[in-house]
Design a protein around this ligand. Structure first.
Ligand code: PXG
Length: 288
């Protein structure tokens, strides 16, 4: 898709990729002031669109950002961008920045938020990692405290997660496991955490400090429907180390097994049966 007539939604309509530029005075760039969503497209249909729109509007409300269009207009803009780029199975990056302002923090001096929609493809991990499973590490950088920037806000300021990602890469791992200030598992740098122990699926409550992941919600629902017990519970490093299975969920990663954390092997060192089953259920649902 690169270069061959890619169209980007910018503010009020589609423009050529080469024309899709924002000002150096946009507070999205100057301060990371804005919100975004990463959404999958399966078979030409935008996956869990309502949930993504709701989350975007909630994130915007928290940071007092007015999105300059209605949800209906946004839906239309998303589909126009998907169709203009012939995206059938792909990925949408939807961004709303605070817009152009002064060299000063005050967001209220920015006249109008800027809307950007990119429809393309994404592959977060190499295909073989889905078969073999990921190696992850616990990182020293804590997930943002809820009384700082609440982790439920999907803001353009991802430095908290980027710090964690750097720490994991530097440690030779594929992903970071982030904890909260009380020592409970929060999430990975861009994915939610699940484990399986004695036949039960566990995931930390969102209040432990994670994004309210849409893939997480779907996986929890599919597991319940399949009669697999799912429990939201605070998890510690100990729980991860002794888990029978371990997997991550996210729009980019989908469902991916973890086979090693901090040098401890999970289960038999390969993605477990429950992980594989949920991955299969997820794709059946996504493609239905
Ligand atoms: N936690 C964080 C911090 C995230 O950024 C998730 C959990 C999973 O949420 P969803 O709703 O996607 O199931 C995310 C989402 C990327 C990329 O480019 C990252 C995400 C989504 C799309 C793309 O790395 N993370």
């Amino acid at each position: 898709m690169k270069g061959c007539g890619m169209k980007i939604w910018l503010d009020n309509g589609l423009v050529d990729k080469e024309q899709a530029k924002v000002s150096v005075f946009d507070h999205g760039l100057l301060y990371g002031d804005g919100v975004f969503e990463g959404i999958r497209v399966y078979g030409g249909k935008i996956f869990e669109l309502e949930a993504h729109l709701k989350r975007l509007w909630d994130s915007a409300k928290v940071i007092r950002l007015e999105i300059p269009m209605t949800m209906e207009q946004m839906t239309e803009a998303l589909y126009q961008t998907v169709r203009a780029n012939n995206v059938v199975d792909g990925y949408i990056r939807q961004v709303v920045t605070r817009g152009v302002g002064d060299l000063g923090l005050n967001p209220y001096l920015c006249k109008r938020a800027c809307v950007i929609i990119i429809a393309a493809n994404i592959q977060l991990y190499k295909e073989e990692l889905y078969e073999k499973g990921l190696k992850v590490v616990s990182v020293p950088t804590l997930r943002n405290h809820p009384m700082a920037l609440p982790p439920q806000v999907k803001s353009l300021n991802y430095l908290n997660n980027i710090m964690a990602k750097i720490e994991s890469i530097d440690a030779g791992a594929s992903e970071a496991i982030m904890y909260n200030s009380e020592g409970y598992v929060a999430e990975a740098s861009g994915d939610n955490v699940f484990i399986v122990k004695n036949g039960t699926i566990y995931t930390p409550p969102v209040q432990a400090g994670s994004l309210d992941g849409i893939t997480r919600q779907v996986v929890m629902r599919l597991a319940s429907q399949a009669g697999l017990p799912v429990v939201e519970k605070n998890l510690t490093r100990f729980d991860l180390y002794v888990a029978d299975e371990f997997f991550l969920t996210g729009s980019a990663a989908e469902v991916i097994g973890v086979v090693e954390i901090d040098g401890r092997l999970i289960g038999q060192g390969a993605p477990g049966p429950m992980t594989q089953k949920l991955r299969k259920l997820f794709f059946e649902y996504a493609r239905s």
